[in-house]
Design a binder for this molecule. Structure first.
Ligand code: GLU
Length: 378
């Protein structure tokens, strides 16, 4: 199989899915972990830094509960209990392969979209790397309720790549990469070695997960790659069930698919705003203001605001919509300087009128440019 020459990299986030840890949905197996563990050790010997995102807690927990194995439907408390049982087994399993310490980090979506917790997690990961440990991350399935979950470890790994400021995200799976059609159904399917830009055509190649034990499929892998590349992080998908794939990678050659990082990546803060920040309200603006924001790098002023929805406070994130005829299209996310009650009073007014209407001014902008990120930036 042809290989692609890789750019040198220093820090990687490696994502390993449940299908590789507990193949066939049974107990934890060393079969596919061994080559990954050797790869991690070899990378570290070469002076590279690695953060691992490992799935498999639920699968490992299940291996201790034979009575639950036959059922495909499990309640949320059951799955959470399985994750609690399995997480320690998962860590013990990884620890067996290394003569350096592993460290465990369990995250929920809350830790990513809350800026303070995000920065905290980032500092901790940095410290754990400095201390020479191998940070191993998983979603905190035991406590995360459904709506506070990232939900799949592909997307989680992309967030971790942001947190760890990695140069590369390596998604280990049991297929060779992204194909132009489903290789399980079409024997003429061709591997796509390089994806320069992730667009709808690329998404349309994705199929949902077929593996009963794995959460994501190709779709979540593309979503993860999308998050990473806009932040300037190359993302690769490779078949880690083939040892030679790692040998090649250690020689700087990829057999798999690379999603190329954007040449003009977003700043860390803007990237976090776009991908991780949950908004609390909506601001609707007119076409003129939208153009100024989209094409001239302008801040959003009250004169261009038509309406606002939701109950938000100063400093909270909101989505910005443009009204085109009868339709509303989302164009940006940003941090508002005025709460929803006050914003309603200054809709369409000039910045110079704000202080006489409200009796105070926070800033002359409703959303400052530095606190605004366009959705078209991706
Ligand atoms: N966090 C889940 C687990 O450890 C896996 C999620 C996923 O595979 O995407 O079982």
């Amino acid at each position: 199989m042809n290989s692609i020459l890789m750019q040198p990299w220093h820090r990687a986030v490696i994502k390993v899915g449940s299908g590789l840890i507990a193949p066939g949905g049974e107990r934890i197996s060393t079969k596919f972990i061994l080559p990954i563990a050797s790869f991690i050790t070899e990378c570290r010997n070469q002076g590279k830094e690695i953060v691992l995102v490992s799935s498999g807690a639920v699968a490992a927990g299940l291996s201790t509960q034979p009575q639950m194995q036959k059922r495909t439907h499990r309640s949320i408390p059951e799955k959470q209990a399985l994750a609690a049982i399995g997480q320690s087994l998962l860590m013990a399993n990884w620890n067996r392969f290394f003569d350096f310490p592993c460290s465990q980090i369990l995250l929920t979506y809350d830790d990513i979209h809350d800026r303070r917790r995000f920065v905290n997690a980032k500092n901790t990961i940095q410290k754990l790397i400095d201390l020479g440990t191998l940070p191993i991350v998983n979603e905190n399935d035991t406590v995360a309720v459904e709506e506070l979950k990232v939900g799949d470890n592909d997307n989680l790994a992309a967030y971790v790549a942001m947190l760890a400021e990695a140069d590369i995200l390596i998604i280990c799976t049991d297929i060779d990469g992204l194909f132009d059609s489903d290789p399980k159904r079409n024997k003429n399917a061709k591997l796509i070695p390089v994806v320069e830009k992730i667009d709808n055509t690329i998404y349309s190649l994705a199929e949902g997960s077929k593996n009963p034990i794995a959460t994501g499929g190709m779709k979540t892998k593309i979503e993860a790659a999308h998050k990473a590349v806009v932040r300037g992080i190359d993302t690769i998908i490779l078949n880690s069930t083939k040892r030679e794939v790692f040998d090649h990678l250690l020689d700087g050659k990829l057999i798999g698919t690379i999603f190329k990082k954007n040449s003009n990546p977003m700043t860390a803060k803007k990237h976090w705003m776009l991908h991780a920040l949950t908004t609390t309200g909506k601001i609707v603006i007119d076409l003129g203001a939208a153009k100024a924001v989209q094409y001239k790098g302008a801040s959003l002023l009250s004169s261009g605001v038509l309406a606002c929805e939701g109950d938000f406070k100063k400093g909270e994130p909101v989505e910005v919509y443009v009204k085109e005829g009868k339709t509303l299209n989302v164009i940006a996310k940003g941090v508002t300087q005025y709460n929803s009650n006050d914003l309603k009073k200054i809709l369409g007014k000039k910045s110079s009128e704000i202080s006489s209407i409200l009796g105070y001014t926070n800033t002359k902008e409703v959303i400052h440019r530095d606190e605004l990120v366009l959705v078209t930036d991706i």
